[in-house]
Design a binder for this molecule. Structure first.
Ligand code: ME8
Length: 658
């Protein structure tokens, strides 16, 4: 039996002098969507990402953090990787450019290019900042250093050069022969005219940077960061032994438009020089902008993904990024638009259709998928429309028209809503004829829901898996083969599964406020708060905590603890571990958040007396104000919270603990 066809796609490997923001998350989400889609179409898929860890910026950032470069990049790579895992975006391979396998691959690629006559030693002259020990790209004589503002000097250093000029015609021929290599079309035209304008040879080693991959036998030469970074795509799938893995050449390199030239000019030229296969496609998407300018750390307008995922779920962020902007174009990011789409398309759209259908099946069909009976024209019309939607959605996924694919899915959802509203199965009687009509209506609705669930799965992996369970369908939705998806496959007689929480509706202003508060917490973690590897840029989690000192009684006296009584307790959307409590402390009622949600049922806490620290400065947890702290023991290796309390005596509320 022939094996599955292979599909290899990559995200850029991201710089380690910062942490992921929405822009990086966008590219990685798109890669994950394509990966899931291609798997559902029967491909063996490998998706890679990684971290770009060399160069002068890392040298500087490590110096600033007061740690060696190797330690700095190890912490940063762990933070990137940790965040991708947390967001459900774990790649199949994660390349660090400090990995030995990668170092070997870069040196091997250089050797091949050199052996084939495309590398020579020359001199590079450029503007150099002696304070920062770095050449300033694109600076002219007399320009100041953009980083420190001091004057640059003209410096000449010995470098190895890559004969890029020799590839002008081969590249133009290649673009012509492979019209889909550069996507979208507009970017292709840009690159073709750039190459037609002539290519200068490229200096690919440096002697003025220390933190890089050494050129074997040529120290102090290290590789120029882009020669190093691009090669990661090859080292991810076997490096010099790439043929054994069978994944190279890449099917798609997904990149932002900022780095298209490196990927469509330099990278194929390096590979051609080494006589290695060239990737099949480079897809350059647009930028997410904040107030019409590109997000950047220095501008302070960066949106981070975790608070959004915590508040609305990752599916909501995935849906929004793909639906809001036509893939390839720039788009504006706004919390307002995000929450609006969440409420309208997810909570009121897909979420509502799923829970409404399940509730009707429960009520009218005893929680079973009914057997459809005689079909009316409106049932046939809905079936036909949905069948057509399957084709339309698949075609749009294939062309990376994600917004269109989602539009087609949501138009099917709207048709189902309309169908239910017109057919009103709840208003039909229990006569035999009307019973069978109800069965047909509900089977038809459930079948449409099954199909949109499958089609939306690449974009909404978490919630579609829940709907799959809700409908009591066998296996996993991820395993459904898209090519075999047809109207009519829903088997009657199956029992519905457990009810699921899909997209609880949120109040817009409150949700935005909480996302912003969490983002602020992430940017400025409270000094006392336990740092998380991914929230702390320099990976402070890896720094051991100092042993506690002994404190005097006067220090203890600073903590005011009182007996409080829990009045209300509720879960917080977007914060699995927290409960929002109101606690009577004798003099007033306080709102306090407690990290006990996984161990205590909110209803069972009402009336319970607890020990409360009442003079703690108020702060926001997951965006919710918390004014005080409930004391609990941390039991066992995972620190299970057990509330401190007063089971034996009826202590008065407000009594002080000493
Ligand atoms: O360029 N909107 O890394 P990088 C959309 N290490 N996408 C964005 C974005 C935004 N506002 N900001 C960033 C590098 N991106 C090199 C790559 S590859 C061999 C080496 C995404 O950390 C987009 O994919 O600056 C962009 O190309 C990439 O992040 C740049 O990441």
């Amino acid at each position: 039996m022939p094996g599955k066809p292979k599909f290899y796609l990559t995200t850029p490997i991201y710089y380690t002098n910062g942490l992921p923001h929405i822009g990086h998350t966008y590219t990685t989400i798109v890669a994950d969507v394509i990966r899931r889609y291609k798997r559902m179409r029967g491909f063996e898929v490998v998706m890679t990402t990684g971290t770009d860890e060399h160069g002068v910026n890392v040298e500087r950032a490590a110096k600033k953090a007061g740690i060696p470069e190797s330690e700095f990049v190890a912490r940063m790579a762990a933070a990137w990787r940790g965040l991708w895992d947390e967001l459900g975006l774990t790649a199949d391979e994660f390349v660090r450019t400090t990995d030995l396998q990668h170092v070997r691959t870069v040196q091997w690629l250089f050797r091949l290019c050199r052996e084939n006559g495309y590398v020579y030693k020359g001199h590079y002259t450029g503007q150099y900042c002696i304070y920062d020990n770095a050449f300033v790209n694109d600076a002219k004589r007399g320009d100041n250093c953009p980083d420190c503002g001091r004057p640059t000097e003209t410096v000449t250093e010995e470098n190895y050069f890559f004969k890029l000029s020799a590839f002008q015609q081969p590249l133009l021929d290649f673009y012509k022969k492979n019209p889909d290599f550069i996507q979208p079309e507009t970017r292709r035209n840009e690159i073709v005219s750039f190459v037609e304008g002539g290519l200068k040879d490229l200096s690919i080693t440096r002697t003025t940077i220390r933190w890089g991959i050494p050129v074997p036998g040529e120290e102090p030469h290290v590789f120029y960061v882009w020669f190093d970074a691009l090669t990661a795509y090859l080292s991810a799938v076997g490096g010099p032994e790439y043929e054994q893995r069978g994944m190279w050449p890449a099917d798609v390199h997904l990149v932002g438009k900022d780095i298209i030239r490196f990927h469509t000019v330099y990278w194929p030229a390096f590979l051609m020089a080494a006589m290695l296969p060239v990737p099949k496609q480079v897809w350059a998407h647009g930028w997410f902008l904040m107030d019409s300018s590109k997000m950047s750390k220095s501008k302070g307008n960066v949106i981070v993904p975790r608070p959004i995922a915590n508040m609305l779920g990752m599916d909501a962020l995935r849906y929004f990024l793909l639906r809001e902007v036509v893939f390839g174009q720039d788009g504006n990011f706004s919390y307002d638009a995000l929450v609006t789409r969440y409420n309208s398309d997810l909570a009121n759209g897909l979420g509502n259709l799923a829970s409404r259908t399940a509730a009707l099946l429960e009520k009218i069909c005893g929680g079973q998928i009914p057997k459809p009976m005689e079909r009316k024209p409106q049932d046939e019309a809905l079936a036909k429309e949905t069948q057509a939607a399957i084709g339309e959605v698949l075609e749009n996924y294939e062309n990376m028209s994600f917004a269109r694919a989602l539009e087609a899915i949501w138009s099917a959802i709207a048709s189902a809503d309309k169908y239910l509203t017109t057919e009103q199965p709840w208003a039909l009687s229990n006569s035999d004829q009307e019973q069978s009509r109800k069965a047909t209506i509900l089977w038809t609705t459930a079948e449409l829901l099954r199909i949109v669930t499958v089609l939306a799965h690449p974009v909404l992996p978490v919630s579609t898996a829940k709907i799959w369970t809700l409908l009591g369908l066998p296996g996993s939705v991820a395993a459904v083969e898209l090519d075999g998806l047809r109207w009519g496959q829903l088997a009657p007689g199956k029992q519905l599964g457990k009810a699921q929480t899909l997209f609880p509706r949120v109040e817009k202003n409150e949700a935005i406020e909480r996302i912003e508060a969490m983002a602020n917490e992430e940017r400025n973690p409270a000094p006392a708060a336990k740092p998380t590897a991914s929230a702390t840029p320099a990976g402070a989690a890896a720094v051991p905590q100092a042993a506690p000192e002994k404190i005097g009684i006067e220090d203890f006296a600073k903590v005011e603890m009182r007996v409080g009584q829990i009045k209300t307790a509720e879960r917080i959307v977007g914060a699995d571990k927290l409960l929002k409590l109101t606690v009577d402390i004798g003099t007033e009622i306080r709102q306090i958040c407690a990290g006990i949600a996984q161990y205590y049922e909110p209803e069972k806490l009402i009336g319970r007396k607890v020990a409360v620290v009442v003079n703690l400065a108020p702060r926001k947890l997951r965006g919710v104000e918390s004014n005080g702290m409930v004391i609990a023991a941390a039991v066992g290796p995972e620190g299970r919270p057990v509330l401190a309390g007063f089971p034996d005596e009826d202590v008065e509320i407000g009594s002080r603990l000493k």
